[in-house]
Design a protein around this ligand. Sequence first.
Ligand SMILES: [Zn+2]
Length: 89
Amino acid sequence: MSDRTRPCEVCGEPIDPERIDVLPETRLCTEHAKQVARYGGEFLLTATQSSLGKDGSLKKNYGDVSVSRKRNTEGVRRLIDDYDRGRKG
Ligand SMILES: [Zn+2]
């Protein structure tokens, strides 16, 4: 048994360890990662660009772009709701 897997937040099935290798932060199995796409995906990406340009300068000075990956907790919650409804019939 692999200790690299963990249960899917939606269905409780073990997540494919290969998926965890690729996306260590995931908490969804392959199936539910696909389904959460309709709510925007498991993760929301936010790119923030640091501004280095001086005020009033027309010259654009591109600084670092940092991308933060935030869990789409709202989307995952809605998927869990869908899943629970589905089980109740
Ligand atoms: Zn699942």
